[in-house]
Design a protein around this ligand. Structure first.
Ligand SMILES: [Zn+2]
Length: 163
């Protein structure tokens, strides 16, 4: 039983003859909105649109499946930064309600818009470094069907909601 679990884990972790990709630098390059492979090419061709191929090194970045992870992490981080500040300001100064109703949503919006591409870059860097989804040349190119709906499986789990 234990042996079975071990071999399954190794398979998932990508224990193969593929070259090791450093996770830290890939995620740092992603945070800087750069290609996780070379760190030079731009990761995005729009605000959040990942460029299909890196212009600097030719790495195929179309395999990324960041989906809902970047907004999830963005909401979590922005909330953890803002909520203590809001509580501290309310306790210390009790500013008028109109000011708080203007300031906090605006600050949350600006912070979220600023952080979203960086966090998406880090998620793409993580997926690239760990050979997830189509980044694994030895894997099943259609492994995304396990988690996400493909055009051929309209009745899939996430449907069109992820877009
Ligand atoms: Zn590159």
């Amino acid at each position: 039983m234990a042996v079975e679990i071990m071999s399954g884990t190794q398979e998932l972790a990508g224990e193969s003859d593929l070259p090791r990709r450093p996770l830290g630098s890939a995620m740092k390059r992603g945070l800087a909105c750069r290609c996780p492979s070379c760190g030079k090419g731009r990761l995005f061709s729009g605000y959040l649109k990942v460029t299909p191929v890196c212009a600097a090194c030719g790495e195929d970045l179309s395999h990324q499946r960041a989906d809902d992870a970047p907004p999830y992490f963005t909401i979590m981080i922005v909330g953890h930064i803002l909520v203590p500040i809001i509580l501290a300001v309310e306790t210390a100064m009790t500013p008028p309600l109109w000011l708080q109703m203007t300031l906090w949503p605006l600050l949350a919006l600006v912070m979220s818009l600023a952080m979203l591409p960086m966090i998406k870059g880090a998620v793409v860097g993580f997926q690239w470094a760990r050979y997830m989804h189509g980044f694994d040349p030895q894997g099943d190119a259609d492994d995304s069907r396990l988690f996400f709906a493909t055009p051929n499986s309209e009745a899939g789990i996430s449907g069109g909601a992820a877009r």
